[in-house]
Design a protein around this ligand. Structure first.
Ligand code: SER
Length: 602
Protein backbone atom coordinates (compact mmCIF):
# COMPACT_ATOMS: atom_id res chain seq x y z
CA UNK A 1 0.00 0.00 0.00
CA UNK A 2 1.51 3.30 -1.08
CA UNK A 3 1.86 6.02 1.53
CA UNK A 4 -0.56 8.30 -0.29
CA UNK A 5 -3.14 5.52 -0.06
CA UNK A 6 -2.56 5.15 3.69
CA UNK A 7 -3.05 8.89 4.12
CA UNK A 8 -6.27 8.82 2.09
CA UNK A 9 -7.60 5.77 3.88
CA UNK A 10 -7.00 7.35 7.25
CA UNK A 11 -8.90 10.48 6.29
CA UNK A 12 -11.81 8.53 4.73
CA UNK A 13 -12.03 6.24 7.75
CA UNK A 14 -12.42 9.16 10.12
CA UNK A 15 -14.76 10.97 7.73
CA UNK A 16 -16.99 7.90 7.95
CA UNK A 17 -16.82 8.24 11.74
CA UNK A 18 -18.14 11.79 11.55
CA UNK A 19 -14.86 13.75 11.61
CA UNK A 20 -14.14 17.03 9.81
CA UNK A 21 -10.86 16.91 7.88
CA UNK A 22 -8.77 19.99 8.59
CA UNK A 23 -5.65 21.06 6.63
CA UNK A 24 -2.14 20.62 7.93
CA UNK A 25 -1.05 23.72 9.81
CA UNK A 26 2.26 25.42 8.98
CA UNK A 27 5.46 24.02 10.44
CA UNK A 28 5.88 27.39 12.15
CA UNK A 29 3.67 27.52 15.23
CA UNK A 30 1.43 30.54 15.36
CA UNK A 31 1.29 32.50 18.58
CA UNK A 32 3.62 30.18 20.41
CA UNK A 33 7.03 31.61 21.16
CA UNK A 34 8.06 28.56 23.21
CA UNK A 35 8.82 26.14 20.39
CA UNK A 36 10.41 26.64 16.99
CA UNK A 37 8.37 24.08 15.07
CA UNK A 38 5.07 22.23 15.08
CA UNK A 39 6.00 18.95 16.72
CA UNK A 40 2.68 17.06 16.69
CA UNK A 41 -0.77 17.30 15.16
CA UNK A 42 -2.22 18.42 18.47
CA UNK A 43 0.11 21.36 18.70
CA UNK A 44 -1.94 23.80 16.56
CA UNK A 45 -5.09 22.58 18.32
CA UNK A 46 -4.12 23.49 21.87
CA UNK A 47 -6.64 26.36 22.21
CA UNK A 48 -9.45 23.95 21.24
CA UNK A 49 -8.23 21.26 23.60
CA UNK A 50 -8.44 24.00 26.26
CA UNK A 51 -12.11 24.60 25.50
CA UNK A 52 -12.31 27.11 22.64
CA UNK A 53 -14.87 26.12 19.98
CA UNK A 54 -13.43 24.78 16.72
CA UNK A 55 -15.30 25.76 13.54
CA UNK A 56 -14.98 22.15 12.33
CA UNK A 57 -16.95 20.83 15.31
CA UNK A 58 -15.95 18.33 17.99
CA UNK A 59 -14.47 15.59 15.78
CA UNK A 60 -11.42 16.49 13.70
CA UNK A 61 -8.79 14.60 11.74
CA UNK A 62 -5.84 15.49 9.51
CA UNK A 63 -2.35 14.77 8.24
CA UNK A 64 0.03 17.23 9.87
CA UNK A 65 3.61 17.93 8.87
CA UNK A 66 5.87 17.90 11.91
CA UNK A 67 9.50 18.65 12.76
CA UNK A 68 11.23 17.19 15.79
CA UNK A 69 14.92 17.91 16.11
CA UNK A 70 15.24 16.20 19.51
CA UNK A 71 15.94 12.86 17.80
CA UNK A 72 18.42 14.25 15.26
CA UNK A 73 21.27 12.06 16.48
CA UNK A 74 19.08 8.99 15.95
CA UNK A 75 18.48 9.75 12.25
CA UNK A 76 20.16 7.01 10.26
CA UNK A 77 18.62 4.09 12.14
CA UNK A 78 15.54 2.35 10.75
CA UNK A 79 12.83 4.71 12.02
CA UNK A 80 13.91 8.14 13.27
CA UNK A 81 13.26 11.26 11.21
CA UNK A 82 13.38 15.01 11.82
CA UNK A 83 10.51 15.63 9.39
CA UNK A 84 7.52 13.32 9.42
CA UNK A 85 3.80 13.29 8.83
CA UNK A 86 1.46 12.57 11.67
CA UNK A 87 -2.04 11.35 10.95
CA UNK A 88 -4.33 12.36 13.81
CA UNK A 89 -7.90 12.26 15.00
CA UNK A 90 -9.32 14.40 17.80
CA UNK A 91 -12.33 14.46 20.00
CA UNK A 92 -12.97 17.83 21.62
CA UNK A 93 -15.16 16.78 24.52
CA UNK A 94 -16.94 14.29 22.25
CA UNK A 95 -16.09 10.53 22.21
CA UNK A 96 -13.56 9.10 24.62
CA UNK A 97 -11.58 5.90 25.26
CA UNK A 98 -14.14 3.38 24.05
CA UNK A 99 -14.49 4.76 20.52
CA UNK A 100 -10.90 5.98 20.21
CA UNK A 101 -9.41 2.57 20.95
CA UNK A 102 -12.00 0.60 19.00
CA UNK A 103 -11.46 2.79 15.93
CA UNK A 104 -7.66 2.64 16.18
CA UNK A 105 -7.88 -1.13 16.29
CA UNK A 106 -10.41 -1.31 13.46
CA UNK A 107 -8.38 0.97 11.21
CA UNK A 108 -5.17 -0.96 11.81
CA UNK A 109 -6.50 -4.50 11.60
CA UNK A 110 -9.62 -4.51 9.42
CA UNK A 111 -9.09 -5.90 5.90
CA UNK A 112 -11.15 -3.01 4.60
CA UNK A 113 -8.57 -0.56 5.96
CA UNK A 114 -4.90 -1.30 6.70
CA UNK A 115 -5.36 -5.02 7.28
CA UNK A 116 -2.40 -5.45 9.66
CA UNK A 117 -2.30 -8.93 11.22
CA UNK A 118 -3.55 -8.29 14.78
CA UNK A 119 -1.19 -10.99 16.09
CA UNK A 120 1.60 -8.55 15.37
CA UNK A 121 0.08 -5.80 17.52
CA UNK A 122 0.81 -5.08 21.19
CA UNK A 123 -0.18 -2.08 23.27
CA UNK A 124 1.06 -0.16 26.29
CA UNK A 125 -1.17 1.41 28.94
CA UNK A 126 -0.58 3.75 31.90
CA UNK A 127 0.23 1.83 35.07
CA UNK A 128 -1.01 4.39 37.63
CA UNK A 129 0.74 6.40 40.34
CA UNK A 130 0.02 8.86 43.16
CA UNK A 131 -1.44 11.40 40.69
CA UNK A 132 -3.78 9.22 38.67
CA UNK A 133 -5.02 5.64 38.85
CA UNK A 134 -4.11 2.78 36.58
CA UNK A 135 -5.94 3.04 33.26
CA UNK A 136 -8.06 -0.08 33.74
CA UNK A 137 -10.67 1.24 31.33
CA UNK A 138 -8.24 1.14 28.41
CA UNK A 139 -7.11 -2.35 29.42
CA UNK A 140 -10.71 -3.55 29.38
CA UNK A 141 -11.39 -1.99 25.97
CA UNK A 142 -8.22 -3.50 24.48
CA UNK A 143 -9.10 -6.95 25.80
CA UNK A 144 -12.52 -6.75 24.13
CA UNK A 145 -11.01 -5.48 20.88
CA UNK A 146 -8.48 -8.33 20.70
CA UNK A 147 -11.12 -10.87 21.75
CA UNK A 148 -13.15 -9.77 18.72
CA UNK A 149 -10.44 -11.24 16.46
CA UNK A 150 -9.94 -14.34 18.59
CA UNK A 151 -6.91 -13.13 20.55
CA UNK A 152 -6.83 -13.53 24.30
CA UNK A 153 -4.88 -10.41 25.34
CA UNK A 154 -3.82 -10.06 28.97
CA UNK A 155 -1.69 -7.80 31.10
CA UNK A 156 1.88 -8.86 30.55
CA UNK A 157 0.89 -10.55 27.32
CA UNK A 158 0.15 -8.10 24.50
CA UNK A 159 -0.95 -5.41 27.00
CA UNK A 160 1.95 -3.86 28.90
CA UNK A 161 1.92 -1.31 31.71
CA UNK A 162 4.30 1.64 31.94
CA UNK A 163 4.65 4.72 34.19
CA UNK A 164 4.26 8.40 33.27
CA UNK A 165 7.64 8.59 31.54
CA UNK A 166 6.23 6.36 28.77
CA UNK A 167 2.46 6.49 28.89
CA UNK A 168 1.44 10.02 29.69
CA UNK A 169 1.13 13.07 27.47
CA UNK A 170 1.10 16.76 28.36
CA UNK A 171 0.36 19.25 29.69
CA UNK A 172 1.51 21.55 26.92
CA UNK A 173 2.61 24.08 29.54
CA UNK A 174 3.37 23.77 33.24
CA UNK A 175 -0.35 23.45 33.78
CA UNK A 176 -3.24 22.39 31.58
CA UNK A 177 -4.92 19.36 30.02
CA UNK A 178 -3.03 16.09 30.07
CA UNK A 179 -3.62 12.43 30.66
CA UNK A 180 -2.68 8.81 30.16
CA UNK A 181 -2.04 7.44 26.70
CA UNK A 182 -2.05 4.05 25.10
CA UNK A 183 0.48 3.26 22.40
CA UNK A 184 0.31 0.64 19.67
CA UNK A 185 3.35 -1.33 18.59
CA UNK A 186 4.03 -3.50 15.58
CA UNK A 187 6.21 -6.57 15.99
CA UNK A 188 8.60 -6.75 13.03
CA UNK A 189 9.58 -10.25 14.19
CA UNK A 190 13.25 -9.28 14.02
CA UNK A 191 15.57 -10.98 16.48
CA UNK A 192 16.29 -8.86 19.45
CA UNK A 193 19.80 -7.41 19.49
CA UNK A 194 21.55 -8.76 22.62
CA UNK A 195 23.11 -5.39 23.30
CA UNK A 196 19.90 -4.21 24.90
CA UNK A 197 19.70 -6.75 27.70
CA UNK A 198 18.14 -10.14 28.06
CA UNK A 199 14.49 -9.39 27.98
CA UNK A 200 13.04 -7.69 24.93
CA UNK A 201 9.91 -5.63 25.54
CA UNK A 202 7.79 -3.35 23.41
CA UNK A 203 9.51 -0.16 24.58
CA UNK A 204 12.93 -1.71 24.19
CA UNK A 205 15.16 0.13 21.74
CA UNK A 206 16.36 -2.87 19.76
CA UNK A 207 14.11 -2.06 16.81
CA UNK A 208 12.01 -5.22 16.93
CA UNK A 209 8.88 -3.34 18.01
CA UNK A 210 7.91 -0.15 16.23
CA UNK A 211 5.58 2.32 17.89
CA UNK A 212 3.04 3.33 15.29
CA UNK A 213 0.13 5.05 17.02
CA UNK A 214 -0.50 6.92 20.22
CA UNK A 215 -3.98 7.60 21.64
CA UNK A 216 -3.85 10.28 24.32
CA UNK A 217 -6.76 10.68 26.73
CA UNK A 218 -6.82 14.17 28.13
CA UNK A 219 -8.88 13.69 31.22
CA UNK A 220 -6.94 15.68 33.82
CA UNK A 221 -5.86 19.23 34.32
CA UNK A 222 -2.53 19.72 35.99
CA UNK A 223 -2.88 22.57 38.47
CA UNK A 224 -0.29 25.11 39.61
CA UNK A 225 0.12 23.25 42.92
CA UNK A 226 1.09 20.11 41.00
CA UNK A 227 -2.16 18.22 41.58
CA UNK A 228 -4.20 16.54 38.83
CA UNK A 229 -7.89 17.39 38.76
CA UNK A 230 -10.37 15.50 36.51
CA UNK A 231 -11.50 17.63 33.56
CA UNK A 232 -15.07 18.23 32.50
CA UNK A 233 -14.13 18.45 28.81
CA UNK A 234 -12.37 15.18 28.12
CA UNK A 235 -10.43 15.13 24.84
CA UNK A 236 -8.83 12.53 22.65
CA UNK A 237 -5.61 13.33 20.76
CA UNK A 238 -4.10 10.63 18.60
CA UNK A 239 -1.02 10.49 16.41
CA UNK A 240 -0.19 7.82 13.82
CA UNK A 241 3.25 8.10 12.22
CA UNK A 242 2.74 7.84 8.46
CA UNK A 243 6.31 6.86 7.53
CA UNK A 244 6.39 4.13 10.15
CA UNK A 245 3.07 2.65 9.12
CA UNK A 246 4.21 2.71 5.49
CA UNK A 247 7.33 0.79 6.52
CA UNK A 248 5.23 -1.83 8.28
CA UNK A 249 2.71 -2.21 5.46
CA UNK A 250 5.31 -2.26 2.73
CA UNK A 251 7.21 -4.95 4.64
CA UNK A 252 10.52 -3.08 4.49
CA UNK A 253 13.25 -2.79 7.07
CA UNK A 254 13.27 0.95 7.49
CA UNK A 255 11.25 4.09 6.80
CA UNK A 256 13.91 4.94 4.20
CA UNK A 257 12.92 1.98 2.06
CA UNK A 258 9.30 3.07 1.73
CA UNK A 259 7.86 4.54 -1.45
CA UNK A 260 8.27 8.05 0.00
CA UNK A 261 12.05 7.75 0.07
CA UNK A 262 12.80 5.36 -2.78
CA UNK A 263 12.97 8.12 -5.46
CA UNK A 264 15.41 10.08 -3.29
CA UNK A 265 17.82 7.18 -3.01
CA UNK A 266 17.52 6.60 -6.71
CA UNK A 267 18.43 10.23 -7.35
CA UNK A 268 21.42 9.94 -5.01
CA UNK A 269 22.45 6.80 -6.87
CA UNK A 270 23.01 8.89 -9.98
CA UNK A 271 25.38 11.14 -8.02
CA UNK A 272 27.58 8.56 -6.31
CA UNK A 273 28.44 4.87 -6.36
CA UNK A 274 29.46 4.82 -2.75
CA UNK A 275 27.24 3.06 -0.32
CA UNK A 276 27.28 4.60 3.13
CA UNK A 277 23.75 3.83 4.27
CA UNK A 278 23.71 6.11 7.28
CA UNK A 279 25.08 9.10 5.38
CA UNK A 280 22.49 8.70 2.64
CA UNK A 281 19.66 8.38 5.14
CA UNK A 282 20.76 11.58 6.87
CA UNK A 283 20.86 13.38 3.51
CA UNK A 284 17.37 12.15 2.61
CA UNK A 285 15.88 13.10 5.97
CA UNK A 286 17.58 16.47 6.32
CA UNK A 287 16.84 17.66 2.80
CA UNK A 288 13.21 16.61 3.14
CA UNK A 289 12.93 18.64 6.36
CA UNK A 290 14.74 21.57 4.75
CA UNK A 291 12.41 21.54 1.74
CA UNK A 292 9.31 21.74 3.91
CA UNK A 293 10.77 24.42 6.19
CA UNK A 294 11.66 26.52 3.15
CA UNK A 295 8.15 26.03 1.76
CA UNK A 296 6.73 27.55 4.95
CA UNK A 297 8.70 30.73 4.37
CA UNK A 298 11.86 30.36 6.48
CA UNK A 299 15.26 31.29 5.05
CA UNK A 300 18.64 30.01 6.23
CA UNK A 301 20.05 32.32 8.91
CA UNK A 302 21.91 32.24 12.20
CA UNK A 303 18.94 32.34 14.53
CA UNK A 304 15.94 30.21 15.44
CA UNK A 305 14.17 28.32 12.65
CA UNK A 306 16.55 29.77 10.10
CA UNK A 307 19.48 28.30 11.95
CA UNK A 308 17.87 24.87 12.25
CA UNK A 309 17.31 25.03 8.50
CA UNK A 310 20.92 26.03 7.87
CA UNK A 311 22.19 23.20 10.07
CA UNK A 312 20.06 20.64 8.24
CA UNK A 313 21.31 21.75 4.82
CA UNK A 314 24.94 21.99 5.91
CA UNK A 315 24.92 18.64 7.64
CA UNK A 316 23.41 17.07 4.51
CA UNK A 317 26.20 18.68 2.48
CA UNK A 318 28.90 17.29 4.70
CA UNK A 319 27.33 13.80 4.55
CA UNK A 320 27.23 14.22 0.78
CA UNK A 321 30.93 14.99 0.79
CA UNK A 322 31.47 11.83 2.83
CA UNK A 323 29.93 9.68 0.10
CA UNK A 324 31.67 11.59 -2.65
CA UNK A 325 28.83 13.75 -3.93
CA UNK A 326 30.47 16.90 -5.22
CA UNK A 327 28.59 18.17 -8.26
CA UNK A 328 27.62 21.75 -7.51
CA UNK A 329 23.87 22.19 -7.15
CA UNK A 330 23.27 18.59 -6.08
CA UNK A 331 21.13 19.53 -3.08
CA UNK A 332 18.61 21.33 -5.28
CA UNK A 333 18.52 18.31 -7.60
CA UNK A 334 17.49 16.10 -4.66
CA UNK A 335 15.02 18.75 -3.55
CA UNK A 336 13.39 18.62 -7.01
CA UNK A 337 12.81 14.91 -6.45
CA UNK A 338 11.35 15.56 -3.00
CA UNK A 339 8.93 18.10 -4.44
CA UNK A 340 7.94 15.73 -7.25
CA UNK A 341 7.19 12.98 -4.69
CA UNK A 342 5.23 15.11 -2.22
CA UNK A 343 3.61 18.07 -3.93
CA UNK A 344 0.25 16.42 -4.51
CA UNK A 345 -0.34 16.15 -0.78
CA UNK A 346 1.44 19.43 0.00
CA UNK A 347 0.78 21.88 -2.88
CA UNK A 348 2.80 24.60 -1.11
CA UNK A 349 5.91 22.73 -2.29
CA UNK A 350 4.98 23.33 -5.89
CA UNK A 351 3.86 26.90 -5.29
CA UNK A 352 7.21 27.81 -3.72
CA UNK A 353 9.30 25.55 -5.91
CA UNK A 354 11.38 28.37 -7.35
CA UNK A 355 12.07 29.94 -3.99
CA UNK A 356 13.01 26.58 -2.43
CA UNK A 357 15.42 25.77 -5.26
CA UNK A 358 17.05 29.21 -5.19
CA UNK A 359 17.56 29.20 -1.45
CA UNK A 360 19.09 25.73 -1.59
CA UNK A 361 21.49 26.81 -4.32
CA UNK A 362 22.50 29.92 -2.43
CA UNK A 363 23.12 28.06 0.78
CA UNK A 364 25.09 25.41 -1.07
CA UNK A 365 27.16 28.08 -2.76
CA UNK A 366 27.82 29.82 0.55
CA UNK A 367 28.93 26.69 2.30
CA UNK A 368 30.81 24.77 -0.41
CA UNK A 369 34.07 26.70 -0.16
CA UNK A 370 33.87 27.00 3.60
CA UNK A 371 33.27 23.26 3.86
CA UNK A 372 36.45 22.43 1.92
CA UNK A 373 38.55 24.86 3.90
CA UNK A 374 36.96 23.87 7.18
CA UNK A 375 37.60 20.18 6.54
CA UNK A 376 41.27 20.93 5.91
CA UNK A 377 41.36 23.05 9.05
CA UNK A 378 39.79 20.25 11.03
CA UNK A 379 42.40 17.77 9.81
CA UNK A 380 45.06 20.09 11.16
CA UNK A 381 43.25 20.40 14.47
CA UNK A 382 42.86 16.62 14.75
CA UNK A 383 46.51 15.98 13.91
CA UNK A 384 47.56 18.53 16.48
CA UNK A 385 45.30 16.95 19.10
CA UNK A 386 46.86 13.52 18.42
CA UNK A 387 50.39 14.92 18.72
CA UNK A 388 49.50 16.54 22.01
CA UNK A 389 47.65 13.44 23.13
CA UNK A 390 44.38 15.30 23.74
CA UNK A 391 41.02 13.55 24.13
CA UNK A 392 38.85 16.48 23.06
CA UNK A 393 38.93 19.26 20.51
CA UNK A 394 39.61 22.60 22.23
CA UNK A 395 36.53 24.82 22.59
CA UNK A 396 38.38 27.58 20.82
CA UNK A 397 38.80 25.35 17.76
CA UNK A 398 35.16 24.25 17.77
CA UNK A 399 34.19 27.89 17.94
CA UNK A 400 36.59 28.86 15.16
CA UNK A 401 35.13 26.19 12.91
CA UNK A 402 31.70 27.59 13.66
CA UNK A 403 32.59 31.21 13.19
CA UNK A 404 35.08 31.16 10.35
CA UNK A 405 33.82 28.15 8.39
CA UNK A 406 30.14 28.04 9.41
CA UNK A 407 30.38 24.52 10.85
CA UNK A 408 27.36 23.76 12.99
CA UNK A 409 28.19 21.86 16.16
CA UNK A 410 26.86 18.55 14.73
CA UNK A 411 29.38 18.54 11.92
CA UNK A 412 32.32 19.17 14.21
CA UNK A 413 31.02 16.59 16.65
CA UNK A 414 30.88 13.95 13.94
CA UNK A 415 34.24 14.82 12.47
CA UNK A 416 35.69 14.57 15.96
CA UNK A 417 34.01 11.21 16.59
CA UNK A 418 35.45 9.85 13.36
CA UNK A 419 38.90 10.70 14.71
CA UNK A 420 38.18 9.27 18.14
CA UNK A 421 37.94 12.70 19.74
CA UNK A 422 35.21 14.30 21.87
CA UNK A 423 33.98 17.87 22.05
CA UNK A 424 32.76 19.93 24.98
CA UNK A 425 29.29 20.93 23.78
CA UNK A 426 28.42 22.88 26.91
CA UNK A 427 31.65 24.85 26.74
CA UNK A 428 30.87 25.66 23.13
CA UNK A 429 27.38 26.91 24.03
CA UNK A 430 28.88 29.20 26.66
CA UNK A 431 31.40 30.53 24.21
CA UNK A 432 28.58 31.08 21.74
CA UNK A 433 26.51 32.98 24.31
CA UNK A 434 29.47 35.34 24.85
CA UNK A 435 29.43 36.12 21.13
CA UNK A 436 25.66 36.45 20.90
CA UNK A 437 25.67 40.19 20.53
CA UNK A 438 27.79 40.01 17.43
CA UNK A 439 26.08 37.12 15.72
CA UNK A 440 22.60 38.44 16.44
CA UNK A 441 23.42 41.72 14.75
CA UNK A 442 24.67 39.78 11.73
CA UNK A 443 21.49 37.74 11.64
CA UNK A 444 19.33 40.82 11.86
CA UNK A 445 21.07 42.34 8.88
CA UNK A 446 20.28 39.23 6.86
CA UNK A 447 16.65 39.59 7.74
CA UNK A 448 16.47 43.28 6.95
CA UNK A 449 14.02 43.88 4.14
CA UNK A 450 13.43 40.17 3.87
CA UNK A 451 10.88 37.85 5.33
CA UNK A 452 10.09 39.55 8.58
CA UNK A 453 9.53 43.25 8.00
CA UNK A 454 8.52 43.88 11.57
CA UNK A 455 11.15 41.75 13.16
CA UNK A 456 12.51 44.49 15.39
CA UNK A 457 9.12 45.42 16.82
CA UNK A 458 8.06 41.86 17.47
CA UNK A 459 11.40 40.98 19.03
CA UNK A 460 11.06 43.92 21.41
CA UNK A 461 7.51 42.98 22.31
CA UNK A 462 8.63 39.42 22.85
CA UNK A 463 11.17 40.54 25.44
CA UNK A 464 8.55 42.85 26.95
CA UNK A 465 6.29 39.79 27.35
CA UNK A 466 8.91 38.12 29.56
CA UNK A 467 9.17 41.25 31.68
CA UNK A 468 5.39 41.49 31.99
CA UNK A 469 5.10 37.82 32.95
CA UNK A 470 7.65 38.21 35.73
CA UNK A 471 6.25 41.55 36.93
CA UNK A 472 2.76 40.02 37.17
CA UNK A 473 4.12 37.22 39.31
CA UNK A 474 5.91 39.72 41.54
CA UNK A 475 2.87 41.93 41.95
CA UNK A 476 0.00 39.40 41.95
CA UNK A 477 1.70 36.22 43.15
CA UNK A 478 3.23 33.00 41.86
CA UNK A 479 -0.13 31.58 40.82
CA UNK A 480 0.25 33.67 37.67
CA UNK A 481 1.02 31.31 34.79
CA UNK A 482 1.17 32.06 31.10
CA UNK A 483 -1.89 30.75 29.27
CA UNK A 484 -1.34 32.29 25.90
CA UNK A 485 0.68 34.87 24.06
CA UNK A 486 0.22 36.64 20.75
CA UNK A 487 2.41 39.30 19.29
CA UNK A 488 1.85 41.58 16.30
CA UNK A 489 4.07 44.43 15.16
CA UNK A 490 1.88 46.82 17.18
CA UNK A 491 1.16 45.16 20.50
CA UNK A 492 1.54 42.16 22.74
CA UNK A 493 -1.30 40.13 24.17
CA UNK A 494 -0.77 37.99 27.22
CA UNK A 495 -3.24 35.59 28.88
CA UNK A 496 -2.53 34.42 32.40
CA UNK A 497 -4.18 32.72 35.35
CA UNK A 498 -5.58 35.14 37.89
CA UNK A 499 -9.07 35.16 39.37
CA UNK A 500 -9.85 38.86 39.87
CA UNK A 501 -9.85 41.97 37.74
CA UNK A 502 -6.63 43.85 38.32
CA UNK A 503 -6.97 47.13 40.21
CA UNK A 504 -5.57 50.34 38.76
CA UNK A 505 -2.88 50.34 41.43
CA UNK A 506 -1.81 46.79 40.50
CA UNK A 507 -1.64 47.69 36.84
CA UNK A 508 0.48 50.74 37.64
CA UNK A 509 2.86 48.69 39.78
CA UNK A 510 3.31 46.16 36.97
CA UNK A 511 3.96 48.94 34.45
CA UNK A 512 6.41 50.69 36.75
CA UNK A 513 8.29 47.48 37.41
CA UNK A 514 8.67 46.71 33.71
CA UNK A 515 9.79 50.29 33.02
CA UNK A 516 12.43 50.16 35.79
CA UNK A 517 13.89 47.05 34.20
CA UNK A 518 13.91 48.82 30.82
CA UNK A 519 15.61 51.90 32.28
CA UNK A 520 18.22 49.73 34.01
CA UNK A 521 19.19 48.47 30.53
CA UNK A 522 19.74 44.89 31.71
CA UNK A 523 21.48 42.42 29.39
CA UNK A 524 19.38 39.64 27.84
CA UNK A 525 21.28 36.38 27.44
CA UNK A 526 20.44 32.74 26.91
CA UNK A 527 21.81 29.33 27.74
CA UNK A 528 20.85 25.87 26.55
CA UNK A 529 20.13 23.26 29.18
CA UNK A 530 17.93 20.28 29.85
CA UNK A 531 14.38 20.81 31.06
CA UNK A 532 15.37 19.56 34.52
CA UNK A 533 18.29 21.96 34.77
CA UNK A 534 15.97 24.76 33.67
CA UNK A 535 13.50 23.87 36.43
CA UNK A 536 16.30 23.74 38.96
CA UNK A 537 17.55 27.13 37.82
CA UNK A 538 14.07 28.43 38.69
CA UNK A 539 13.08 29.20 35.10
CA UNK A 540 9.40 29.87 34.46
CA UNK A 541 7.64 29.15 31.20
CA UNK A 542 6.06 26.31 29.36
CA UNK A 543 7.50 22.93 30.21
CA UNK A 544 6.11 21.03 27.25
CA UNK A 545 9.38 19.56 26.17
CA UNK A 546 10.15 15.89 26.46
CA UNK A 547 12.43 14.52 29.13
CA UNK A 548 16.08 15.13 28.42
CA UNK A 549 15.38 17.56 25.61
CA UNK A 550 17.50 20.71 25.58
CA UNK A 551 15.74 24.03 25.91
CA UNK A 552 16.85 27.63 25.73
CA UNK A 553 16.54 29.66 28.92
CA UNK A 554 16.54 33.42 28.51
CA UNK A 555 17.77 35.52 31.43
CA UNK A 556 17.08 39.23 31.81
CA UNK A 557 19.71 40.51 34.24
CA UNK A 558 18.73 39.38 37.72
CA UNK A 559 15.06 39.96 36.96
CA UNK A 560 13.65 37.06 34.98
CA UNK A 561 14.54 33.59 33.75
CA UNK A 562 12.24 31.89 31.30
CA UNK A 563 12.22 28.92 28.94
CA UNK A 564 11.77 30.27 25.44
CA UNK A 565 12.89 29.83 21.86
CA UNK A 566 13.60 33.54 21.38
CA UNK A 567 14.39 35.80 19.67
CA UNK A 568 14.97 38.66 22.12
CA UNK A 569 16.68 42.03 22.20
CA UNK A 570 20.16 42.06 23.69
CA UNK A 571 19.50 44.86 26.22
CA UNK A 572 16.23 45.92 27.80
CA UNK A 573 17.10 49.57 27.13
CA UNK A 574 16.01 49.01 23.51
CA UNK A 575 12.39 48.66 24.55
CA UNK A 576 11.25 52.28 25.04
CA UNK A 577 8.30 52.74 27.40
CA UNK A 578 5.95 49.93 28.39
CA UNK A 579 2.23 50.69 28.65
CA UNK A 580 -0.74 48.44 29.49
CA UNK A 581 -3.62 49.33 27.15
CA UNK A 582 -6.25 46.93 28.38
CA UNK A 583 -6.86 44.36 31.11
CA UNK A 584 -9.91 42.15 30.73
CA UNK A 585 -11.32 38.67 31.38
CA UNK A 586 -10.36 36.11 28.72
CA UNK A 587 -12.22 33.10 30.13
CA UNK A 588 -12.99 31.78 33.63
CA UNK A 589 -9.96 32.36 35.85
CA UNK A 590 -7.90 33.77 32.98
CA UNK A 591 -7.14 37.45 32.43
CA UNK A 592 -5.85 39.07 29.28
CA UNK A 593 -3.53 42.05 28.99
CA UNK A 594 -2.84 44.02 25.84
CA UNK A 595 0.22 46.23 26.04
CA UNK A 596 2.42 48.34 23.78
CA UNK A 597 5.90 49.83 23.69
CA UNK A 598 6.10 53.55 23.02
CA UNK A 599 9.12 55.50 21.84
CA UNK A 600 11.10 56.99 24.73
CA UNK A 601 10.45 60.56 23.68
CA UNK A 602 6.66 60.17 23.47
N1 SER B 1 0.30 14.20 20.89
C1 SER B 1 0.55 12.80 20.81
C2 SER B 1 1.86 12.46 20.14
O1 SER B 1 2.48 13.31 19.56
C3 SER B 1 -0.57 12.12 20.07
O2 SER B 1 -0.87 12.78 18.90
O3 SER B 1 2.28 11.34 20.19
Amino acid sequence: MRSSEIREKFLSFFTEKGHTIIPSASLLPENDPTVLFTTAGMHPLVPYLMGEKHPGGTRLANAQKCIRTGDIDEVGDNRHLTFFEMLGNWSLGDYFKEDAIRWSFEFLSSKKWLGIDPHRLSVSVFTGDADAPKDTESIRIWKTAFKGVGIDAKEGDRIFMYPKAKNWWGPAGQTGPCGPDTEMFYDTGKTHAPAYGKKCHINCDCGRYVEIWNDVFMQYEKMADGSYVPLTQRNVDTGLGLERVAMVLQGVESVFETDMFAPLFKAMGTLTNQDDRRAKRIIADHLRAATFILADGVMPSNVDQGYVLRRLIRRAMREGRKVGIEAFGWTSAIVETIIATMWESYPELNIHRQHIGNEMKQEEEKFTKALDKGLREFDKIARDAKVRNLQTVAIKDVFDLYQSFGFPIEITKELAQEKGLGIDEEGFMQELAKHQDISRKGAEQKFAGGLADHREETTQLHTATHLLHKALRNVLGDHVEQKGSNITAERLRFDFTHAAKMTDAEKRRVEDMVNWVIRDDLPVTFEEMTVDQAKQAGAIGLFEHKYGEKVKVYTVGGFSKEICGGPHVTHTGELGVFKIKKEEASSAGIRRIKAVLLDKDV
